[in-house]
Design a protein around this ligand. Structure first.
Ligand code: GLU
Length: 279
C-alpha cells in the first residue's frame, strides 16, 4: 500500500455536507468538525501540504436562519452567504486551537476557465501552502449562477487537486465507496477496492445514486476520479462517518475505493512540478 504520509506530500480532503451534520436535526456536528480539524492539523504537523474542500455553507445558513427548506435560488444563495461565514468562523477557531492557520478560498468555474485567473489561483494556493496555511475551499455559492457553477464539490475538489498538483484526493461522504450495484437494494453488492481506469461501463454502474444532502452522487465522484487521474493524482472514496479514518487513508490503509492514477500521468505531473521549482 502506498503511503502519502511524508513531508512534502500534497493532500486534498473533501468533506460533504452529509458528513458534517447530525442526521437527526440537520445541524452542524461540532464534535465531528473538531475531529476533522485535529486530523488535518496533525497532517500539517507531519509536514504535508493540506487543502480542505468543505461543503456545508447552505446547510449551516439554513439552520442559522431557521428555514426548513430553501426554495428559490436567491434563498439558497442568501443562506450560503450566512452559512459560509459561520462555517469559516468555526473552522478558524478550531484550527487556531491547534496553532494552525486556515484561510478561505471561494471559487467559481470562471476561476479556472480563464487562464489568467487560473494562474492567479494557482499562485495563491502555492503561497498559502508555502506559508503553512490550510486553505479551506468552497464554491462561491453566493454569486455563482448556473453558467458559472461547478454544481458540486466533488468536481470542485478534483479541479483544486489539478490546480495544486496534489498527490492524493480523499473524498469523504456518507457511502463506503463504489459498489458493483446499489447496496441499498442489492444484498449481493460488493465494494470495489481498486479502480485503474474510469470508463463508460464503470460510469454506468454508478447510476445516478445521490446522497440526500449535498449535490454530488456517485457519478460525479467517478467524474472527479477521472479528472484527478488524468492530472496524475490518486483518489480515494471513503466513508466520512468517523474522520479519524483520515490518518489511515493517508497512510495508504483504510477501507474504501482507491483510484490509481496511471504511472505516465503521475510522471508528467512530477516533471511539471520540477520544472516549476526550477522556475
Ligand atoms: N457548495 C455547497 C455548500 O457549501 C455544497 C455543494 C456540494 O455539497 O456538493 O453548501
Amino acid at each position: 500500500m502506498k503511503s502519502y504520509l511524508k513531508p512534502g506530500s500534497r493532500i486534498v480532503v473533501k468533506v460533504g455536507s452529509s458528513s458534517l451534520r447530525h442526521g437527526a436535526t440537520g445541524r452542524l456536528d461540532l464534535y465531528k468538525l473538531e475531529v476533522l480539524v485535529r486530523q488535518l492539523a496533525n497532517l500539517r504537523n507531519a509536514g504535508l501540504d493540506v487543502v480542505l474542500v468543505s461543503s456545508g455553507a447552505m446547510m449551516a445558513g439554513r439552520t442559522a436562519l431557521g428555514i426548513d427548506s430553501l426554495r428559490t435560488l436567491s434563498q439558497k444563495q442568501a443562506a450560503a452567504s450566512v452559512g459560509q461565514a459561520r462555517l469559516m468562523m468555526i473552522y478558524s477557531k478550531l484550527f487556531s486551537e491547534y496553532n494552525t492557520v486556515a484561510s478561505q478560498v471561494l471559487m467559481t468555474k470562471n476561476t479556472v476557465a480563464d487562464p489568467e485567473h487560473k494562474q492567479n489561483a494557482r499562485n495563491t494556493f502555492e503561497e498559502l501552502l508555502a506559508m503553512g496555511v490550510i486553505p479551506i475551499v468552497n464554491e462561491n455559492d453566493t454569486v455563482s449562477t448556473y453558467e458559472i457553477q461547478f454544481g458540486d464539490n466533488d468536481t470542485l475538489s478534483a479541479v483544486v487537486s489539478e490546480l495544486v498538483q496534489a498527490d492524493l484526493l480523499v473524498l469523504l461522504s456518507d457511502i463506503d465507496g463504489l459498489f458493483t450495484s446499489d447496496p441499498n437494494t442489492d444484498p449481493e453488492a460488493k465494494l470495489v477496492r481498486e479502480v485503474l481506469e474510469v470508463d463508460e461501463s464503470l460510469l454506468g454502474m454508478a447510476g445516478d445514486s445521490a446522497s440526500d444532502v449535498g449535490t454530488g452522487g456517485m457519478r460525479t465522484k467517478l467524474q472527479a476520479a477521472r479528472m484527478a487521474m488524468d492530472a496524475g493524482t490518486d483518489m480515494m472514496i471513503a466513508n466520512g462517518r468517523d474522520f479519524r479514518v483520515i490518518h489511515d487513508l493517508v497512510s495508504g490503509k483504510g477501507t474504501g475505493t482507491w483510484f490509481r492514477a496511471p504511472e505516465e500521468n503521475r510522471r508528467k505531473r512530477d516533471s511539471s512540478i520540477e520544472r516549476e521549482c526550477r522556475g
